[in-house]
Design a protein around this ligand. Structure first.
Ligand code: 3PG
Length: 211
C-alpha cells in the first residue's frame, strides 16, 4: 500500500468525518455509505472499545476508503493502529512522546494545535499540516485568519464545532485544506442504520474546495 503524506490525505476531499463507532457491525456499512457519497478519508477515533477492530474491518472490506486513526493520545497507539491498517493519524494535541512515535513508526500524523505557541512547537518538530482543535472554541474563522500572517507555511484542518452550514466559510480560507467534523454521522442515523441519510450528508459535504 502506498505511503501517504498528510497533505495528500487532506486534499482527497474537503471533509474528514470524525467517526465514533460503538457497534462493530456498523463499521463497514458506515464506511460504505460515506464512500458512496464521495467521502473517502475516514477518521475512526480511539474512543470506543471496538475502534481498532473497526479500522481493521474498514481497511479490509472497503478498499476505496482511506482509513485513519483519531484521538491518538498515547505513543503505543501508533503501532497498534498501523497494525490494523490505519494509514494516517490525528491527535487532539502534540507531545514529545507523540512526536517520537510518529518518527519511529512513520505514521503520517495530523497533530492538533490551539495556540500560536502550539503551532511553533509543532512546526519545530517538522509538522506543517495541523489540525486546529477545537476549532470553533479556539476562535474559528478569525483565529485561522490571524494565524495566516505569522505562519504562512502552515495548512490547517480545523475540527470541532464545524457544521454543514459553517464548513464552506472555513474551506474558503487559503490556509485551510479541509475540515473535520462529526455532522456527517448524526447519532439518530447511526442508531437507525440509516445509511442513505449518511450517504446524502456525505454527498452534500464532498463538493470540492475551490483552489
Ligand atoms: C471531536 O472531538 O469529536 C471532533 O473534533 C469533532 O467535533 P464535532 O463533533 O464538533 O464536529
Amino acid at each position: 500500500m502506498n505511503r501517504l503524506n498528510v497533505l495528500d490525505v487532506m486534499r482527497v476531499g474537503p471533509v474528514i468525518p470524525v467517526l465514533v463507532i460503538e457497534d462493530l457491525a456498523q463499521a463497514v456499512p458506515l464506511a460504505q455509505a460515506l464512500v458512496a457519497g464521495g467521502v473517502r478519508v475516514l477518521e475512526v477515533t480511539l474512543r470506543t472499545a471496538v475502534a481498532l477492530e473497526a479500522i481493521r474491518l474498514i481497511a479490509r472490506e472497503v478498499p476505496e476508503a482511506i482509513v485513519g486513526v483519531g484521538t491518538l493520545t498515547r505513543p503505543e497507539e501508533f503501532a497498534e493502529a498501523m497494525d490494523v491498517g490505519a494509514r494516517f493519524g490525528v491527535s487532539p494535541g502534540l507531545t514529545p512522546a507523540l512526536i517520537e512515535a510518529a518518527c519511529e513508526t512513520g505514521l503520517p500524523l495530523l497533530p492538533g494545535v490551539m495556540t500560536p505557541s502550539d503551532v511553533m512547537a509543532a512546526r519545530a518538530a517538522g509538522f506543517r499540516e495541523l489540525k486546529l482543535f477545537p476549532a470553533q472554541q479556539a476562535g474559528g474563522i478569525g483565529m485561522l485568519r490571524a494565524l495566516a500572517g505569522p505562519f504562512p507555511d502552515v495548512t490547517f484542518c480545523p475540527t470541532g464545532g464545524i457544521t454543514a452550514e459553517t464548513a464552506p466559510e472555513f474551506l474558503a480560507l487559503p490556509n485551510v485544506a479541509c475540515v473535520g467534523g462529526s455532522w456527517l454521522t448524526p447519532k439518530a442515523a447511526l442508531l437507525a442504520g440509516d445509511w442513505s441519510r449518511i450517504t446524502e450528508l456525505a454527498r452534500e459535504a464532498s463538493v470540492p474546495k475551490a483552489r
